[in-house]
Write a new protein. Sequence first.
Length: 250
Amino acid sequence: MSAPIKTFVLRLPSRPAGAFSSQRCCASLTQSTARSITTASALRPSRATSIVPQLQQLSRNITHTSPAQKSATANQFRPASDLASKKPAASPADGAAPPPLDWNTFFKLRLRRRRIQVFFSATMGVVGFGAGAALLPTGIAEPLVAQIPLDPFISLGMLTVAFAGAGWLVGPSIGSQVFYLMNHRVKAQIAQKEAEFFARIKKNRVDPTNSSAANPVPDFYGEKIQSVRGYRQWLKDQRAFNRKKSADLI
């Protein structure tokens, strides 16, 4: 709505006060404004005509824009700091992943596990022997000793040795748990390498039915292999066994 036009009446001594009326001033101002708008439209008709379709197309695009396009447009003009903050952070476990386990390292870990198992077997054997020697003389096993037709001292000695043997058998299980607790990062790789190693042993070992006192089976389970060089020597021993078996047959 256009603002009202204020008019001022100027009284001049040479003319009467009614010479300048408000209606005449409004009419003159309206005519001059219309002439200026007509002149501007005549000077720039092409520009005004080209802007109108663009504005209509822009209004239609804004009305029919899908939510996905709106979000894409918002992300396009979002600051880089906001986008960087939404990127997933690298997991510490991925950066600290253990390197692949090679065969030499696997054999070293296998030997270390065997030593830990033997250590715990000896330790638990001593503990079992001490427990048997301390508990059996108290009479806790008197009903069992009475069932054995031997001297009680011999029966107690045998039971004490049985306690020590039980401790020796339990030792490897405890040693394995301690070893895997110390090397938990490569536990899965050790299991994978061990399965592959035993598959190779099973594939390349000789047939034990053809063994004899003069030609025994060379390390049937591969327990003495402690390195890649030892594995190659084991393969040579298997081939030597087969050659000797063939020579004996001839």
